[in-house]
Ligand binder design. Structure first.
Ligand SMILES: Cc1cc2nc3c(=O)[nH]c(=O)nc-3n(C[C@H](O)[C@H](O)[C@H](O)COP(=O)(O)OP(=O)(O)OC[C@H]3O[C@@H](n4cnc5c(N)ncnc54)[C@H](O)[C@@H]3O)c2cc1C
Length: 464
């Protein structure tokens, strides 16, 4: 088996650390954590390198300095079909911290009226539309018909209109879906899942997602919410897992460069000056970070560098509001209008409702326009919409607010993006990619990140 030597550059031999490792994982987000956990299942203890002082990557929480509460960088939601993510949580011992319903059941607000999109346990989502009064009867029939045709593979996705070349909105229009159906049904799911608007997202990817998730079994379509903050769900238990299982984690360790010798040994340089050598390197960094540390000297690695810079990114803006008294009854409410998208009653989801204040999170995906506004303007617009959406918000004071903008929240999956996404295996022997942006067949999500790590672990094991 290939071995990795990690040593510090300190001059005094007494200070140098000599550790034998087979695999180095760069990046301690979900993809890196999943790689480490899955390698361990094959008896391999990797070394994981993370620049920040905690694990979890883009799914993390922090202490809000005004409220003193641990809050998430943005609301994270899953579907019942996210089996790999749920399995990882089981491995980390936090699976019970996800509240997962038996099937899809979402209240949707439009023009001041709320109606539920509720999947039929036996007949699935096409029947969720029967009582969905935000659409006319003819639109409901039209959407249900397309869902059934997609489920039965009766739509030739390449006939007349090439699904790999157009946006989902274009494709839906071609399939006879009205603007109302696109805005009040399809966008509800596609925008938050892809973090991209229907008129940007690639039709072929949205179709695949619809088949896997929206048209799965009742359980697979159920929405899952964390009952705790993201760091307690992922990062903290992951650190503990690594510690208890002898997986070395170098926290606060930024990778500054990677090179490969003629003998096939990789050298990973950290900004501290430490150098790690190994025959197997898994990059679980985002494309921008990995592009910045790959060498120009090695031809194959340099070629990747250019391709890694071709991705476009989409922002997410999360608005946290604390009302002095409760203003929202529902646990979650999706909005078709008012620009609110999805509103989460964090106090109810985390079962902290007995505090007198109510913590609400408004999650804005595909938020290019929101991201350009100042935080004050974002707050002004959102609080105005909240007053229209929740009458009580007109009489209850907001005691605290925080706006979190994540500019590079996920890659955009636009027509043609599929060919940009890298396979986990590369032409460079011993070098692998993991991450939500790699080619997993899924949107850039937690499930995709975890799946990519599991795929990489299998590839590494086959090579060793
Ligand atoms: C606000 C927000 C809301 C979201 N909502 C959802 C949701 O509802 N559902 C869902 O499924 N997904 C959601 N996502 C997406 C989800 O968070 C990501 O898909 C997932 O966390 C990506 O994991 P990853 O491991 O691929 O990448 P990352 O989490 O980005 O991990 C990369 C890691 O590499 C580290 N790193 C970078 N450069 C270096 C370096 N030079 N040296 C060492 N370490 C380095 C980073 O610090 C990071 O920890 C959301 C994302 C955001 C930002």
């Amino acid at each position: 088996m290939a071995k990795c030597i990690a040593f510090s550059q300190s001059v005094t031999p007494a200070e140098s650390v000599l550790v034998e490792r087979e695999v180095i994982i760069l990046g301690g987000g979900l993809a890196g954590i999943s790689t480490a956990v899955n390698l361990l299942k094959h008896g391999i203890k990797a070394t994981l390198v993370e620049q920040r002082p905690f694990l979890g990557g883009r799914a993390f929480s922090f202490r809000d300095r005004f409220s003193g509460e641990e809050i998430d960088n943005g609301q994270h939601v899953i579907l019942g079909v996210c089996n790999e993510f749920l399995q990882l949580l089981s491995d980390l011992g936090t699976r019970n911290e996800i509240e997962l319903g038996g099937s899809l059941d979402v209240p949707v607000a439009f023009k001041g009226k709320v109606t539920n999109l509720r999947a039929n346990r036996f007949f699935g989502n096409a029947f969720a539309l029967v009582r969905y009064s935000h659409l006319s009867i003819s639109d409901r029939i039209s959407v249900a018909r397309l869902l059934v045709k997609l489920k039965l593979h009766l739509v030739d996705t390449n006939q007349s209109i090439d699904a790999s070349a157009v946006s989902f909105a274009e494709w839906l229009s071609f399939q006879g879906q009205s603007q109302a159906a696109i805005e009040r049904f399809w966008s509800l799911f596609i925008l938050p899942v892809f973090n991209c608007h229907v008129d940007e997202v690639a039709a072929e990817d949205a179709i695949e997602f619809t088949r896997i998730a929206l048209l799965g079994s009742a359980r697979e379509t159920a929405i899952g919410y964390p009952r705790t903050d993201l760091s307690s769900l992922i990062g903290t238990p992951a650190s503990q897992f690594m510690r208890e299982n002898g997986i070395e984690v170098k926290m606060g360790a930024r990778v500054s460069s990677i090179s490969k010798s003629k003998s096939g040994v990789f050298e990973v340089a950290l900004s501290s000056g430490e150098k790690l050598r190994c025959r197997n390197v898994v990059s679980a960094l985002n494309p921008k970070s990995i592009a910045s540390v790959l060498p120009t000297s090695d031809k194959s690695l340099a070629a990747m560098k250019t391709a890694l810079t071709s991705f476009e990114y989409s922002p997410i803006v999360a608005v946290h509001l604390w009302y002095e008294k409760p203003v929202m009854v529902e646990r979650v409410l999706a909005f078709v209008d008012l620009g609110l998208q999805w509103v989460f009653n964090d106090s109810a989801l985390r079962n902290t409702s007995n505090n007198s204040t109510q913590h609400i999170v408004i999650s804005l995906s595909g938020a290019d326009e929101w991201a350009m506004l100042t935080k004050t303007d974002v707050l002004h617009r959102i609080t105005s919409s909240m007053r229209v959406a929740f009458p009580l918000a007109n009489t209850v004071d907001i005691v605290n607010s925080t706006v979190v903008k994540t500019l590079d929240a996920t890659i955009k999956i636009k027509p043609g993006s599929r060919r940009l996404r890298f396979l986990q295996n590369t032409d460079v022997s011993g070098f692998y990619f993991a991450g939500d942006w790699t080619d997993t067949g899924l949107p850039a999500t937690m499930e995709g990140a975890v799946l990519s790590g599991k795929t990489v672990a299998d590839l590494v094991v086959r090579r060793l």
